[in-house]
Design a protein around this ligand. Structure first.
Ligand SMILES: C[S@@+](CC[C@H](N)C(=O)[O-])C[C@H]1O[C@@H](n2cnc3c(N)ncnc32)[C@H](O)[C@@H]1O
Length: 339
């Protein structure tokens, strides 16, 4: 069984962008894990947990993350590089890994453990959902990986007190535009307690604002032609050096064609060049806001609000008036109001 796990992981790590191999390997991994963990993807939203810092996904929803094949592949590749780097730096001494938000399969570490010795790699798990933690423990035990895992903490990673000098910390607790889930709160809490040499994964998350013109619909090809994109640059960034998602202001061009939509595009730099970009997975799907043509020449202020429903909001600043569009609830455009 352990050899099936390492064979599949080997394929996922080395298939580059061969999506047939990637999809097949990830699917086989899921088929194995769902039986062992006794958690599958069929029971969405059964046990979401609402925390002061955001929503922790139900075990079925968290299980589903595995099937986002490019997400899983790129995270596993980046995490393997980080572990290998730390092992070299430690030169024969063991490294410590903290994995916050494991889900029911501990997807971002269990597939990698068979490549290492448990003398050299020590892992602690944090998961707020007891059903997911129990499931992850079943996976670890089933594959004989128990000597790698020192502690299973069933608690909130956004308030967890770090008691060990971890070398690598992993947390994928995010959705596109850093909405709903507590990625930023977890990063802020853990990063503040880590030694300076620790690697936090993902290494950087950015949100870019982009204007997209409507173009001209060609009924024969069923394609909009002449669609133009204008980048307004990065409007939000979260990384270990800057985990606070500070507000940023950008200016719209002075002339904009009617129907030019403002969209927010998330990029996730996992580690050392392993990156998830537009369309790679649900984390990097764009969030489309509003037709920006009426606001040509105005400044936009983007801010991040933390709490039970973390979200980015955008205010259109003009003389005496504020127009805002807020994303963060279930639909993309929550409100466009003139004050
Ligand atoms: C998006 S899922 C990802 C699961 C898995 N890490 C993966 O990448 O496939 C996030 C997981 O983190 C857990 N989680 C979210 N917020 C948490 C928190 N504040 N403390 C501990 N666990 C949390 C959720 O319960 C869920 O299992």
């Amino acid at each position: 069984m352990i050899s099936s796990l390492s064979n599949l992981t080997h394929k996922i790590l080395n298939c580059d962008n061969d999506f047939l191999v990637m999809r097949d390997s990830v699917q086989q991994l899921y088929n194995m894990f769902k039986e062992i963990a006794q958690v599958d993807i069929e029971n969405y939203n059964s046990n979401d947990i609402f925390l002061p810092s955001g929503k922790a996904l139900s075990s079925s929803y968290a299980a589903h993350c595995l099937l986002e094949m490019k997400r899983t592949a790129v995270f596993l590749r980046g995490i393997k590089k980080a572990i290998d780097l730390k092992l070299v730096e430690k030169n024969g001494k063991p490294i410590r890994i903290l994995y916050a938000g494991t889900g029911p399969y501990a997807t971002l570490i269990t597939p990698l453990l068979p490549f290492y010795s448990s003398e050299l790699v020590k892992v602690d798990f944090i998961e707020i959902n007891p059903i997911s933690m129990l499931a992850a423990k079943r996976v670890v035990e089933h594959f004989g990986l128990t000597t790698f895992v020192e502690h299973y903490f069933v608690c909130d990673a956004a308030t967890f007190t770090v008691a060990k000098p971890y070398d690598v910390v992993i947390s994928e607790t995010m959705q596109r535009c850093l909405q709903y889930e507590p990625q930023v709160a977890i990063m802020q809490n853990l990063v503040a307690q880590l030694p300076p040499y620790a690697i936090f994964i993902p290494e950087n998350i950015t949100i870019n604002a982009v204007l997209t013109s409507r173009g001209k619909w060609n009924p024969e090809t069923c394609i909009s032609e002449g669609v133009e994109r204008i980048s307004l640059g990065c409007i939000m960034e979260a990384n270990p050096k800057n985990p606070h998602c500070s507000s940023r202001i950008v200016e719209l061009p002075s002339r904009l064609e009617e129907g030019t939509r403002l969209g927010l595009y998330t990029k996730v730099l996992v580690f050392d060049g392993d990156i998830l970009e537009e369309g790679d997975c649900s984390l990097t799907l764009p969030v489309m806001l509003f037709d920006s043509a009426p606001f040509a020449g105005h400044k936009l202020k983007f801010s991040y609000t933390q709490g039970e429903a973390p979200h980015v909001s955008c205010k259109i600043l003009s003389t005496g008036k504020v127009i805002s569009a807020t994303i963060g609830k279930e639909s993309n455009v929550q409100k466009v109001m003139i004050e």
